[in-house]
Design a protein around this ligand. Sequence first.
Ligand code: C5P
Length: 311
Amino acid sequence: MTATAPPNEWVKVRAAGKVNLALRVGAARPDGYHPLATVFQALSVFDDLGVRHAPAGRYTIRIVGEQSDLVPADATNLALRAARLLASRYGGEDARGAEIVLKKTIPVTGGMAGGSADAAAALVGCATLWGIDTDPDELRELGAELGADVPFSLMGSTALGTGRGDDLVPVLSRGSYHWVLALPDFELSTPAVFRAFDELNPDAPEHPPEVPGGLLEGLASGDVRTVARHLVNDLQPAALALRPGLREVLDAGADSGSLAGIVSGSGPTCAFLAANEDAAVRLSVALSGLGLCRTVRRASGPVPGARLQAS
Ligand code: C5P
């Protein structure tokens, strides 16, 4: 055991959202999950979590920030579930307590793993708060029990994910990539998008197609144009089938100077890759001016996974 945090002191953690540079999907498994081959990149869109001691057996969360009204503050909240899961594995839920404040910026139900980022932040924050001497592998295993994207939210940077997307290996990536994110004014449910994928792909292969070799080569050499040419998302047709209006957003990004655009994960966030930072500024101004989206935001990646912040 390492030292627990002093009473009333907030432990602060920042966790990033992600985009899937490649998302290849196979046929649904008997457990309902789909086998994936995916390349994640963590982006500079962050949720900030603070946690301090609460009386034993008491776990609470208060959510502030963008779209906070869309995030449940009850026992289903992923950050709360993460805190309880960690406690139950290390000493028991009734032996510990946590008061969490979560500031949202990552789009809610947006395809950027915002809920997973919150779970990852809670695992890191509560482990520190309670002085639990755990290691990254153990935390990633716990994270995988909470959701397929949680291990990547802990790890960050750039990684290849297989299995449910939670068997991770780091990917060599040079340089920084500049993105413009278009956030529509609606959400898409991840299970619904996977169901639409099943309907559109009755003959999906048991094993997912491989991620493009050119994508990995582009990342290794830091060549943004090669990366842009190889972006792929097998869930994009499913997201478009559920929300045809996304086509207009993707076309607008293409017409406004992006190198390539893609639906992020299960959507509906659309992510546009720009040639450099200046191009990203111009693209975000052009897209904002069209008024097609709730908001347009710039982000860069890769960035680290869930990390403690100085208090
Ligand atoms: O693991 P997580 O709770 O984030 O997944 C949400 C839903 O997304 C799952 O219940 C499942 O419907 C779908 N999913 C999937 N295959 C994956 C990951 C997620 O079908 N590899």
